[in-house]
Design a protein around this ligand. Structure first.
Ligand SMILES: Cc1ncc(COP(=O)(O)O)c(C=O)c1O
Length: 385
């Protein structure tokens, strides 16, 4: 099983160094300033550049922030009405009934509820390796066995092998699409074949945390499979494109029966008043989603073009992060970045030479690249070839 290194806990470490010299490096931008980047004509604030948790550097929409600011007055009241409103708003967005939606404390709670409802020591979980580990971590707590299927040579889920591994003893099959940490996708047609092949007793959890960042035309949501395959659920989050990772809200969409089973595993009253108001405002602000998506994908494209110029191998990504093959153990390299006030990573045990970097703002991403070039200069011979 892939070892989970929860560097998220490192979040609280205080870093005292001032910004890396790289931040001041001139002449890096090849993109015209985007509206989201434009306010940063001020100098970059001192403090580390955080490119390690696949967060949205642009944060929540202005409407969500305004809703948060108004929340203090609500703090003494249980948020039942707002809870129902968020579920209703999601039901309307996805053209389903409220009974087809549950909310979680982040999509992590959804993943845990799926394990709790469908796994035990006699039922296993089938997943790719490497992938986002929460489902595997919670499976371990339940003494459920994990059947891990290595990614293909192009770092994608091997869906035919994963389907073949699913038996009547498989409680959960987890598909992360796009996959964290590789940023790769499975296509709509591959998913269609997979859902058909997996036993109906297996809950297929399709984690679409990075749904909004994928722009490959062969990609689409697994939502379309739910009516014909009620064993499919889709997990989404407000942590990524909506820029609310610190607020903790995720949700699942699925058929009534599996959703009810997951619902039974949730903490009662698991949504706080502030995040629910912010979520309602976010759902009404499609412009922010579109703007973040456009800018993050433009910056991702810019970074990949620069990496290509440097002849640095990387995995083409459909998410807000990129895996670079540095050809050497990344642990010391991550530390070198940290010493320069740029937080990158984390390291994945089965891909020890790969560095995962989150797409930040354009200036942050330029600073990352400048720092990379300083720490590990591109091989001039290869770069010129
Ligand atoms: C694929 C994937 N799923 C789920 C999550 C958890 O997100 P959250 O609990 O913040 O919704 C993450 C977080 O990085 C992720 O990468």
């Amino acid at each position: 099983m892939t070892a989970a290194t929860h560097t998220r806990r490192d979040f609280s470490r205080v870093l005292s160094q001032t910004l890396a010299a790289a931040l001041a490096a001139p002449n890096l931008s090849s993109l015209a300033p985007h509206p989201l980047d434009a306010p940063q004509t001020k100098p970059m604030p001192a403090g580390p550049i955080r490119l390690n948790f696949n967060e949205n550097p642009y944060g929540a929409s202005a409407k969500a922030r305004a809703a948060l600011a108004d929340c203090a007055a609500l703090s003494n009241r249980y948020p039942d009405e707002a809870y129902r409103q968020v579920i209703a708003a999601l039901a309307q967005k996805f053209n389903v009934k409220p009974e087809n939606i549950i909310l979680g404390c982040g999509s992590t709670e959804i993943l845990r509820a799926a394990d709790d409802a469908f796994l035990d020591p006699t039922r296993n979980v089938v997943a790719a390796a490497p992938t986002f580990e929460a489902v595997l971590d919670y499976a371990r707590v339940l003494h459920s066995n994990a059947v891990l299927i290595p990614l293909t040579s192009d770092y994608r889920h091997d869906l035919p092998k994963m389907a073949a591994a699913c038996t009547s003893k498989t409680g959960v099959a987890y598909i992360c699409n796009p996959n964290n940490p590789t940023g790769t996708i499975v296509t709509r047609d591959e998913l269609a074949a997979f859902v058909q092949a997996v036993p109906p007793t297996t809950l297929i959890v399709v984690d679409e945390a990075y749904y909004h960042l994928a722009d490959d035309r062969r990609y689409s949501s697994a939502l379309e499979f739910i009516p014909a395959y009620p064993n499919v659920i889709v997990a989404r989050t407000f942590s990524k494109i909506y820029g609310m990772a610190g607020m903790r809200l995720g949700y699942a969409i699925g058929a009534k029966e599996p959703i009810a089973r997951l619902h039974a595993e949730l903490l009662q009253d698991n949504g706080n008043a502030a995040v629910l108001q912010a979520a309602l405002a976010s759902l009404a602000d499609n412009d922010h989603v579109a703007t973040c998506r456009a800018q993050l994908n433009a910056t991702r494209q810019w970074l990949c073009t620069e990496l290509t110029k440097d002849s640095r191998p990387f995995i083409p990504s459909q998410a807000n992060f990129v895996m670079l093959d540095l050809g050497a153990e990344v642990r010391p390299i991550i530390e070198q970045f940290r010493a320069r006030n740029v937080i990158v990573g984390r390291r994945f045990a089965s891909m020890p030479n790969f560095l995962r970097v989150t797409i930040g703002t354009q200036p942050e991403t330029e600073a990352f690249l400048a720092t990379l070039r300083e720490i590990a200069p591109a091989n001039p011979a290869r770069a010129a070839a």
